[in-house]
Design a protein around this ligand. Structure first.
Ligand code: GLA
Length: 402
């Protein structure tokens, strides 16, 4: 009798333990609950830099709503730097009325009328990277203004911050946004300078891990001091290795916005860029002129099977499981127990890449279904391993389901 009671107690205790650990691993702060999966949208910077206007933003919102991107999951339409020109006598931020004659509230309303969300940009320093007014000392005032305009997403940059402490700066804007009463996603853009992956969880929803991306496969230029300058796609990719464990629902590593469709890489390279960003559970912010993109670019940006890897609710960031010279295998654990796998060939000639089940966390005796996410085709059932020919600078992206 006593033994049974003890066993019963042990059972309930272990149930309670399991419950508590389930709650603590999924519990999210108010900040984290704003981005349960990596944010998806469009941002003006990579293609348009300072050439932003309400006409541009409205036509981009029209495009997202009608070209298949909205159905594929793209949500945020974000104006980057240069929309702001001044502060008024009361310290309120003043938009460029020549470029945004109807005002920011009207623009927000327009974007919302398309079923999309409105994003904006500011900076933790005295000025933005293009020397427009920054938010330092005006955080709460700016957050209230954004809320009034219907802003849903803030990208917050790191120029002109001098000796400011990054964690303090981003905590201040986080508190200001939360106090504004409007749910606003916070995109930390401090370029990885102060290891934001160590302190940003619960402060921001995503944090840049590197300097800016450029529309190149790999950087050929170096600054005179030998450091890298304009980072190419694979330069950024390499800097993500080792950061996987810091990402999860509500808090994501951000390897910067997409260059897909901007013209500096081939379609094969853009397919690699998009696939790898999805495997990294990266925010997918398109950065090309989506109003006039080719059918091929549209097809890359709206590949739903690849996007499902990015948006998987488990929120695991994938990792490189093998690198042998130019040939790599990447794998991401999915919520249904399957794995997304990328075979990546950096070399200058086509090459065969083979991987085994145990490299992606399965016993080799299992038989598993393999599906190709770019061909949209089931390849059959395989036991222990799979191999494919991968084009130069290309990927084969798979889903492996035991
Ligand atoms: C920084 C950011 C970029 C972009 C520009 C705008 O360089 O990292 O993403 O926002 O500023 O000036």
């Amino acid at each position: 009798m006593e033994g049974m009671r003890r066993k019963g107690k042990a059972f309930y205790l272990s149930l309670l333990g399991a419950l508590l650990s389930a709650i603590s691993s999924t519990a999210q702060t108010p900040r984290e609950s704003l981005a349960p999966t990596p944010p998806m949208g469009w941002n003006s910077w990579n293609k348009f830099a300072c050439n932003v206007s309400e006409d541009l933003m409205k036509s981009v919102a029209d495009a997202v709503a009608s070209n298949g991107m909205k159905e594929a999951g793209y949500q945020y339409v974000v104006i980057d730097d240069c929309w702001q020109v001044d502060r008024d006598a009361d310290g309120n931020i003043v938009p460029d009325t020549r470029r945004f004659p109807s005002g920011m509230k009207a623009l927000g309303d327009y974007i919302h009328s398309k079923g999309l969300k409105f994003g904006i940009y500011s900076d933790a320093g005295s000025g933005t990277c293009q020397n427009r007014p920054g938010s330092q000392g005006h955080e709460f005032q700016d957050a209230l203004m954004y809320a009034k305009w219907g802003v849903d997403y803030l990208k917050y940059d790191w120029c002109h911050t001098e000796t400011r402490n990054a964690q303090e700066a981003y905590s201040t804007i986080n508190r200001a946004l939360l106090a504004s009463g409007r749910p606003i996603v916070l995109s930390i853009c401090e370029w990885g300078k102060n290891q934001p992956w160590l302190w940003s969880r619960g402060i921001g929803n995503l944090w840049r891990t590197t300097d800016d991306i450029s529309d190149h496969w790999q950087s050929k230029k170096r600054w005179p001091n030998g450091n890298c300058c304009e980072m190419g796609m694979v330069d950024i990719l390499d800097l993500q290795v080792g950061l996987e464990s810091f990402a999860g629902p509500g808090h994501w590593n951000d390897p910067d916005m997409l260059e897909v469709g901007n013209g500096g890489m081939t379609a094969t390279e853009y397919r690699s860029h998009f696939s790898l960003w999805a495997l990294l559970a990266a925010p997918l912010m398109a950065g090309n002129d989506i109003r006039s993109m080719s059918a091929e670019t549209n097809e890359i940006l709206t590949n739903k099977e690849v996007i499902a890897v990015d948006q998987d609710p488990l929120g695991r960031e994938g990792r490189r499981v093998r690198k042998e010279g130019d040939l790599e295998v990447w794998s991401k654990e999915m919520s249904d127990g399957s794995r997304a796998v990328i075979l990546f060939n950096r070399g200058s000639a086509e090459n065969e890449i083979r991987f085994t089940w145990d490299e992606i966390g399965y016993p080799n005796h299992l038989s598993a279904k393999v599906r190709d996410l770019w061909e949209h085709r089931d390849k059959g059932e395989f036991k222990g391993s799979y191999k494919a020919n991968v084009p130069s600078h290309g990927v084969v992206m798979l889903r492996v389901s035991p």
